[in-house]
Design a protein around this ligand. Structure first.
Ligand code: UD1
Length: 338
């Protein structure tokens, strides 16, 4: 059984990937400092997989800890989620983003190199395409950054390219489009702290009655209903992409792939789909465009299909119903104890 180090495994995408990897037969050790996640997710993961979670609390910046961990357990590879991801915060505190995202990757890969472990799945983002004008987005398109966060992800991709010139790395770079939804059990999901920035968690809070109205940022974009297009992908599909990425790395096949559905969805379409999931109308109002937003972002998902055999299975309805199940469970507090 191959053993995988999962950094950031208690987070939103990390926790779903933990379940997918476990179900696929990988033995997984989580490394997480719980900076943006809660410890109680570990009980939920144990419940979902029927096995106690092997977890180490600590930071990817802690080289001594990584060395100890890599010498104690015989890892076959790592999936590296642990990073900062708030675009606005990265503008205010760029150095913190460089430290965690770039420093974290360098520290982790140095420790892996010294332990002779050369398989890594890296979380990248569609934000690396900057402000594209040609769609759908293929992996060959030029990269550019519009925030320090995007800069860190582009830099990390380049660091991995250079590292692979010196050592026998097998690297899977996954460029996520917009991950949404939750595990259908309602036991794990996205739990943003404070008022959410992202569309689906925001709509969810409107549906729960915790926020009064969805503000739709801009209705004058060049799309059929005037609201911005994104490529939302169910987190269950995204989690499975990591399994397929690791499977490819086990065969020595490095790759850089978009992980999206290829189907653009507007803000108003997402709002309507969430209304269908909830079964009632949800208030919204048109507001000015949000600074820094691009009009459209959606993937050409064909390389992931060709290289990994990956294609998204879930549609918008499942994304919304699973989110709704999760946020209601959170609110009722029955998630873990029911
Ligand atoms: C943002 C991040 C991206 C990250 C992704 C995580 C930026 C520039 N990009 O992408 O790096 O990977 O989140 O999912 O911040 N919207 C509303 N009302 C709201 C919230 C959002 O109309 O209350 C609209 C936005 O204007 C946008 C769309 O919904 O058109 C999606 O927004 P969001 O969920 O924040 O994702 P992105 O901005 O695409």
């Amino acid at each position: 059984m191959a053993r995988i180090l999962l950094t950031g495994g208690a987070g939103y995408i990390g926790s779903h990937t933990y379940v997918a990897l476990s179900e696929a037969g990988y033995a997984v050790t989580i490394l997480d400092n719980f900076a943006n996640s809660d410890r109680d997710v570990l009980d939920r993961l144990a419940r979902l997989t029927g096995t106690e979670v092997d977890v180490v609390e600590g930071s990817v910046l802690d080289r001594a800890l990584l060395d100890r961990l890599l010498s104690e357990r015989a890892f076959d590879g790592a999936v590296h989620f642990a990073a900062r991801k708030a675009v606005g915060e990265s503008v205010a505190r760029p150095l913190d983003y460089f430290e965690t995202n770039i420093g974290g990757l360098v520290t982790l890969t140095q420790a892996m190199r010294d332990a002779g472990v050369f398989r890594l799945v890296f979380s990248s983002t569609a934000t690396v395409y900057g402000e594209p004008e040609v769609f759908p987005l293929t992996e060959e398109m030029p990269l550019s950054h519009t925030s320090p966060y995007a800069f860190t992800k582009i830099t990390c991709e380049r660091i991995l390219e250079q590292a692979a010139l010196a050592d026998p790395w097998a690297v899977g770079v996954l460029r996520y489009f917009n991950p949404v939804g939750a595990h259908p059990s309602g036991l794990i999901g996205e739990d943003p702290r404070g008022v959410p920035d992202n569309l689906m968690p925001y709509i969810a809070k409107v549906a729960l009655g915790e926020l009064p109205v969805l503000r739709v940022f801009g209705d004058d974009y060049d799309t059929p209903d005037g609201t911005a297009w994104r490529d939302y992908i169910h987190v269950m599909d995204l989690a499975r992409a990591h399994v397929q990425s690791l499977d490819a790395l086990m065969e020595g096949r490095s790759h850089v792939v978009n992980i999206g559905t290829g189907n653009p969805v507007s803000v108003l379409q997402m709002h309507a789909a969430y209304q269908d999931a909830v079964g009632r109308e949800l208030p919204y109002e048109i507001a000015p465009r949000r600074a820094g937003d691009v009009p459209k972002l959606y993937a050409d998902p064909s390389r992931a299909r060709d290289v990994l055999g990956f294609s998204a299975e879930y549609g918008l309805a499942e994304m919304c119903t699973s989110s709704w199940t999760w946020v209601q469970a959170q609110k009722r507090g029955w998630g873990f104890n029911s």
